[in-house]
Design a protein around this ligand. Structure first.
Ligand code: FES
Length: 101
Protein backbone atom coordinates (compact mmCIF):
# COMPACT_ATOMS: atom_id res chain seq x y z
CA UNK A 1 0.00 0.00 0.00
CA UNK A 2 2.93 2.31 0.64
CA UNK A 3 4.09 1.76 -2.97
CA UNK A 4 0.58 2.54 -4.23
CA UNK A 5 0.57 5.71 -2.17
CA UNK A 6 3.88 6.81 -3.72
CA UNK A 7 2.92 5.76 -7.25
CA UNK A 8 -0.13 8.01 -7.17
CA UNK A 9 2.23 10.98 -6.90
CA UNK A 10 4.84 9.68 -9.37
CA UNK A 11 4.43 7.00 -12.07
CA UNK A 12 0.63 7.00 -12.07
CA UNK A 13 0.25 10.77 -11.91
CA UNK A 14 0.11 11.29 -15.73
CA UNK A 15 -2.72 8.76 -15.90
CA UNK A 16 -4.65 9.95 -12.88
CA UNK A 17 -4.54 13.65 -13.57
CA UNK A 18 -5.39 15.34 -10.33
CA UNK A 19 -4.43 13.08 -7.42
CA UNK A 20 -7.56 11.39 -6.18
CA UNK A 21 -8.50 10.47 -2.66
CA UNK A 22 -7.33 6.88 -2.04
CA UNK A 23 -8.43 4.24 0.44
CA UNK A 24 -6.41 1.09 1.10
CA UNK A 25 -6.86 -2.02 3.23
CA UNK A 26 -4.18 -1.74 5.89
CA UNK A 27 -2.60 -4.99 6.98
CA UNK A 28 -1.55 -4.17 10.52
CA UNK A 29 -0.87 -6.74 13.25
CA UNK A 30 -4.03 -7.86 15.01
CA UNK A 31 -4.87 -9.93 18.03
CA UNK A 32 -8.36 -9.64 19.51
CA UNK A 33 -10.30 -8.06 16.61
CA UNK A 34 -12.64 -6.50 19.22
CA UNK A 35 -12.28 -2.86 18.18
CA UNK A 36 -10.27 -1.32 20.98
CA UNK A 37 -9.48 -3.99 23.57
CA UNK A 38 -5.85 -5.09 23.06
CA UNK A 39 -4.50 -2.20 20.91
CA UNK A 40 -2.33 -4.62 18.93
CA UNK A 41 -3.77 -3.14 15.72
CA UNK A 42 -3.05 0.54 16.46
CA UNK A 43 -2.04 2.37 13.31
CA UNK A 44 -0.42 5.79 13.35
CA UNK A 45 -1.90 8.44 11.10
CA UNK A 46 -0.50 11.85 10.29
CA UNK A 47 -2.70 14.66 9.04
CA UNK A 48 -0.82 16.11 6.06
CA UNK A 49 -2.18 19.62 6.54
CA UNK A 50 -1.78 20.10 10.29
CA UNK A 51 0.99 17.53 10.91
CA UNK A 52 -1.03 16.23 13.84
CA UNK A 53 -0.40 12.58 14.74
CA UNK A 54 -3.12 10.27 15.99
CA UNK A 55 -3.83 6.55 16.22
CA UNK A 56 -6.70 4.44 14.93
CA UNK A 57 -7.71 0.85 15.62
CA UNK A 58 -7.24 -1.00 12.33
CA UNK A 59 -9.59 -3.78 13.41
CA UNK A 60 -12.28 -1.14 13.68
CA UNK A 61 -11.69 -0.03 10.11
CA UNK A 62 -9.06 -1.69 7.90
CA UNK A 63 -9.88 0.59 4.97
CA UNK A 64 -7.94 3.77 5.70
CA UNK A 65 -6.92 6.96 3.94
CA UNK A 66 -3.60 6.15 2.22
CA UNK A 67 -2.37 9.72 2.58
CA UNK A 68 -2.72 9.59 6.37
CA UNK A 69 -1.21 6.19 7.18
CA UNK A 70 2.34 6.41 8.53
CA UNK A 71 3.82 3.48 6.56
CA UNK A 72 7.32 3.52 8.15
CA UNK A 73 5.62 3.19 11.55
CA UNK A 74 3.39 0.38 10.27
CA UNK A 75 6.42 -1.43 8.84
CA UNK A 76 8.22 -1.18 12.18
CA UNK A 77 5.18 -2.66 13.97
CA UNK A 78 5.01 -5.55 11.51
CA UNK A 79 8.74 -6.28 11.91
CA UNK A 80 8.35 -6.19 15.68
CA UNK A 81 5.70 -8.91 15.36
CA UNK A 82 8.00 -10.91 13.14
CA UNK A 83 10.61 -11.07 15.92
CA UNK A 84 7.99 -12.31 18.40
CA UNK A 85 6.76 -14.96 15.95
CA UNK A 86 10.32 -16.23 15.35
CA UNK A 87 11.01 -16.40 19.10
CA UNK A 88 7.74 -18.27 19.67
CA UNK A 89 8.65 -20.77 16.94
CA UNK A 90 12.11 -21.32 18.45
CA UNK A 91 10.58 -21.83 21.90
CA UNK A 92 8.03 -24.31 20.50
CA UNK A 93 10.77 -26.22 18.64
CA UNK A 94 12.79 -26.39 21.87
CA UNK A 95 9.81 -27.70 23.87
CA UNK A 96 8.98 -30.33 21.25
CA UNK A 97 12.59 -31.52 21.13
CA UNK A 98 12.73 -31.64 24.93
CA UNK A 99 9.51 -33.71 25.01
CA UNK A 100 10.96 -36.27 22.58
CA UNK A 101 14.16 -36.72 24.62
S1 FES B 1 -6.93 -6.17 17.35
FE1 FES B 1 -7.30 -5.85 19.44
S2 FES B 1 -8.06 -3.83 19.50
FE2 FES B 1 -7.77 -4.21 17.39
Amino acid sequence: MSAVKEARYNVLKPYLGKVQHAIGSINSPMQCMMKGICAQCLCKHVDAESGKEYFVYSCYNQDQDLDKVDFPHLNARLRQNSVQEKLSNLWLDYLLLKQQA
